[in-house]
Design a protein around this ligand. Sequence first.
Ligand code: PLP
Length: 380
Amino acid sequence: MKIDTIQSFIPPTRILMGPGPSDVYPRVLQAIARPTIGHLDPAFMTMMDEIKVLLQYAFQTKNALTFPISAPGSAGMETCFVNLVEPNDKVIICQNGIFGERMKENVERCGGIAVMVEDKWGAAIDPNKLEETIKANQDAKIVAFVHAETSTGVLSDAQTLCHIAQQNNCLTIVDAVTSLAGSPLKVDEWGIDAVYSGTQKCLSCVPGLSPVSFSERAVNKIKRRQSKVQSWFFDLNLLMDYWDKRVYHHTAPINALYGLHEALLILKEVGLEKSWSLHARNYRAFHAGIEAMGLSFNVKTSERLPQLSSINVLEGINGEAARQHLLLEHNIEIGGGLGSLAGSIWRIGLMGYGSNMKNVLTCLGAFEEVLQDMGAKINQ
Ligand SMILES: *Cc1c(COP(=O)(O)O)cnc(C)c1O
């Protein structure tokens, strides 16, 4: 590549219907384009306070320690683990997809002991298995799991899993990256101690921020730590001072936070419960169209995520080639399978701003055309 030929980057127009990022609200893009001000400017600080209040609403929590980490969802995950897990702490991880694997990696890097409870990829976490494992590991301190597994399109029963953890005196770390704003999530009512999310899934904001929230029990464990948090950047003791007392820690991603503020405001305007039901309604329409074509889902009905569907790749069809056709001929991005599901599923997202009837119909029409062109036998 010759440097002299490089020009301003103009992205192609796409419809983002994969596992994230989702299409960003135009209002969010407009907010991000507003002039940058200082991150210690009083006007900016007021906006930060509003983000906290809006996030408490989105998470349904009164937790004082609720704010966005200045990095993507994976960093929210890391923040939870590096602060809550001390060397030799035993952590039970319920795994039913790729993100549970990352939790294990996090625990081990913190010097903790990960006890895995494994479920099939494509199935929800079995609460009975957690109960058995927790009984057999009375010294466990934390239970961690993914609420909405984006790698498979599965929703687990977070409320029941948290209840089991609480009854056995364990704290909970819950990955709500894909569930926030797309499926019911009630941090206080369900007794979640540490939760992290992302901005680029059902919030339809730009990627790069990770909203987190910690209960008082979680904060107490962090305050009682014997050893220093191994990460300087994600040490909540320092971040608390930044968000509360404005002690300089790092320069906030100012414009991205304008975007998050706008996305959370939109969520408040729509209403949280309405947002959940809109995701469910658009999924039902999509589901009807997929089944009418003769395609099938990889997850049983009761465990499906409305915001992300796993569709089985048809026999004799190259799933990756179909994805390429959708992108290059129809400008629609969808996802493929990860890990053991690579090549055997398509992952189609209907998240946030992208969860609407126009996208449902556009995607079904384009999908039908692509599959027919590839010689698939589908119903018309
Ligand atoms: C997308 C996702 C993440 C990672 O978020 P990034 O912003 O890509 O770092 C973690 N967990 C789940 C369930 C996700 O869907």
